[in-house]
Design a protein. Structure first.
Length: 271
């Protein structure tokens, strides 16, 4: 009986401790949820600005998110949404930054600083693309998937098309030039893969894609050479000669041209 009674007392004690712990946990959660309870919009905005100015981005994000939730139509709502995009970006939360920028553009298409939202959206994709590739210690990042880089390219192009006079347009244009070369080279790496495996039609299509979509890229010379070799592999000599004439005219010093001859890179290896 004594053992049973002791066990009961122990169980009751354990239950009491568990209940106390649960209450403490609930109190903590409520305290965390009520951290900004009673804080007025202006004060909360100033707290967020203070964190931003001191580069404490996680704290700034917390306060700006609270401001956006508690005062979505307040006097500082639009500015807080813009600064939240910036805080996400500086904290390397690039997907969140893109989502916040897209939301701002959707909600405030006529805002005088909407071009800034476009710019930060592009920068976030730019950083996401470079980080995901360069952390792999790649020598040539154009050989990898470029989904984020394509997003950046499209974002920067949209910025320039919509706001050519924007203070961010010049920087966006420089990034477009880099991204255009990167994506064109990526397409040619894929085309080269197809040539090596005898998938000549697919290689021709990749070469044509580069010429049609990135005509200002230096990769167009190699795209023409890819098309020539692809057409030769398909025994479409007339088309091959047509493209070869364009290659000779535009890039007479191309490495695959030797006098009147065209030297394929892979043709014949799959026979």
């Amino acid at each position: 009986m004594r053992v049973f009674s002791a066990a009961n007392r122990f169980g009751a004690l354990a239950l009491s401790l568990a209940l106390l712990a649960g209450c403490a946990s609930n109190d903590t959660s409520e305290e965390e949820e009520d951290e900004f309870a009673g804080v007025q919009e202006r004060e909360l905005y100033e707290l967020a600005r203070t964190a931003l100015d001191s580069n404490r981005y996680p704290i700034a994000i917390e306060r700006l998110e609270a401001l956006d939730t508690r005062y979505p139509f307040g006097a500082h709502a639009e500015q807080a949404q813009l600064e939240l995009i910036y805080a996400y970006y500086e904290n390397s939360n690039w997907e969140e930054a893109r989502a916040a920028a897209s939301r701002f553009i959707r909600l405030h298409p006529d805002h005088p600083q909407v071009d800034y939202a476009y710019y930060l959206r592009g920068l976030s994709a730019w950083q996401a693309g470079r980080f995901s590739l360069e952390r792999l210690r790649l020598i040539d990042i154009s050989r990898r998937d470029l989904g984020a880089s394509r997003d950046a390219y499209n974002d920067f192009r949209e910025l320039i098309q919509r706001y050519p006079q924007s203070e961010y347009a010049a920087d966006a244009q420089q990034r477009i030039v880099y991204l255009r070369e990167l994506m064109a080279r990526h397409e040619l790496h894929v085309a080269d893969y197809y040539l090596r495996r005898g998938a000549y039609l697919a290689a021709v299509e990749r070469g044509r894609w580069v010429i049609e979509n990135y005509p200002e890229s230096s990769a167009t010379r190699d795209a023409l050479a890819t098309m020539v070799e692809g057409y030769q592999g398909l025994d479409m000599d007339d088309r091959a000669n047509e493209v070869l004439a364009v290659l000779r005219e535009n890039a007479p010093d191309h490495e695959q041209l030797q006098g009147s001859r065209f030297i394929p890179k892979h043709l014949g290896q799959n026979d």
